[in-house]
Design a protein around this ligand. Structure first.
Ligand code: SF4
Ligand code: SF4
Length: 118
């Protein structure tokens, strides 16, 4: 089976601040609560994935592997909504500039439609 392009990337997990509504990390409110050891308190009603609240080199504490080579989200089933909603460029035929930006930051080329013809 071909490798999904995100498994060889991880750039978004190492580019952006990942914050989410606090209840996503509460076991009583979410069946896929974000594990406590992976987040810290943010501002207001938000929590932030550890490692992503860095101005210069954000990298989520949940990310394993090496960006651009092989990566794995260690809490994939329990990842917060920004991660669930972040779309890879052209995966469903739509261009996603934020994916391009993250990849560019890590020296990776933007994904093309052809990359999904698996
Ligand atoms: S929780 Fe997983 S998908 Fe979300 S930023 Fe961290 S490593 Fe990436
Ligand atoms: S930057 Fe794009 S291709 Fe890379 S892991 Fe994130 S969504 Fe996937």
């Amino acid at each position: 089976m071909p490798v999904h392009p995100c498994q060889k990337c991880g750039a978004c997990c190492s580019s952006y601040r990942v914050s989410f509504y606090w209840r996503e990390a509460e076991k009583k409110d979410s069946v896929h609560a974000v594990p406590q050891e992976f987040w810290e308190e943010g501002s207001g009603h938000y929590r932030v994935m550890k490692g992503t609240d860095s101005k210069h080199n954000p990298k989520c504490a949940g990310l394993g592997g090496k960006v651009g080579e092989w990566v794995k989200c260690s809490i994939y089933e329990n990842r917060p909504s920004p991660c669930r909603n972040f779309a890879a460029s052209y995966e469903h035929g739509v261009h996603r500039p934020r994916c391009d930006e993250a990849r560019k930051k890590h020296g990776l080329p933007a994904l093309r439609r052809e990359d999904w013809e698996l």
